[in-house]
Design a protein around this ligand. Structure first.
Ligand SMILES: O=C(O)CC1=CCC(=O)O1
Length: 252
């Protein structure tokens, strides 16, 4: 399905696609947008059942979410783009760069994983959400998105992300959890040709730094940066992540 999207920036600039974490929408990238727009035509999109994109019956696999992006790129006539994603959005980026290398120019992968040590937590979360809805898990899930220090200083940001997660379609969210339970992108990483930067949140409990170390070690030539943040590093440490994005994507 073709996802809801926003395409902004100079029409003749290179295109940068921004992919979101599970339970978030295009607003995830608000802090980066002003610095990116002078350099890029920025394409933001929502995963199925998130933001403006309708839900589809599940279960999903990351392949399905990546196919949605390919359908969108084809519809917009975009043959080749750079891609930056956080968490689930970065999993989509890895899939695209590994399976359709001709479509991906440069890649940034933030706070993400190529495979989880156990599928069970994702099966459990999917079952909970199918039974009691996204709002029932939002408070607990969001505590892992920010460090306690950041959450104390910015309770309004935490509340906004909790409210956003609560609005995600229950079946779509659960089906994305099914995708995470089945996730294993390790075999595609060595095939990625796009110059890649991987970003770790030093305090990320959701996708701990050793997950990004594995990714950086598996993608030829990839460079790993660590920032002082938890899972949503581009929200918690916006200037650091924006700098990494611009250094890798805009400096030619
Ligand atoms: O929501 C979480 O718990 C962490 C996460 C995994 C994939 C993603 O996008 O976020």
């Amino acid at each position: 399905m073709r996802p809801h999207h926003e395409l902004t920036g100079p029409p003749d600039a290179p295109v940068l696609v921004l992919g979101n974490a599970l339970g978030t929408t295009t607003t995830l990238w608000d802090a980066q947008l002003p610095a990116l727009l002078p350099h890029f035509r920025v394409l933001r999109y929502d995963h199925r059942g998130h933001g403006g994109t309708p839900s589809l019956p599940g279960p999903y696999r990351v392949d399905d979410l990546a196919d949605d992006v390919l359908e969108l790129l084809d519809a917009l006539g975009l043959a080749r783009v750079s891609y930056a994603g956080v968490s689930l959005g970065a999993m989509v980026g890895m899939w695209l760069a590994g399976h359709a290398p001709e479509r991906v120019d440069r890649l940034v992968l933030c706070c993400t994983s190529a495979a989880y040590p156990s599928a069970q937590p994702w099966h459990d979360r999917a079952a909970t959400v199918r039974a009691t809805g996204t709002a029932s898990i939002a408070p607990t899930v969001v505590t892992r998105w920010f460090t306690p220090t950041y959450a104390t200083r910015h309770p309004e940001v935490v509340r906004a992300y909790e409210a956003g997660l609560s609005t995600v379609d229950d079946e779509a969210y659960a089906s994305c959890c099914d995708a995470l339970a089945a996730l294993d992108l390790r075999s595609v990483l060595p095939a990625i040709e796009a110059p890649t930067v991987v970003v770790s949140g030093e305090h990320d409990l959701a996708t701990p730094p050793d997950h990004q170390r594995l990714i950086a070690d598996s993608i030829p030539g990839a460079v790993l940066h660590t920032v002082e943040a938890a899972h949503l590093a581009n929200v918690e440490a916006p200037d650091a992540v924006t700098g990494i994005l611009l250094d890798h994507l805009a400096a030619r």
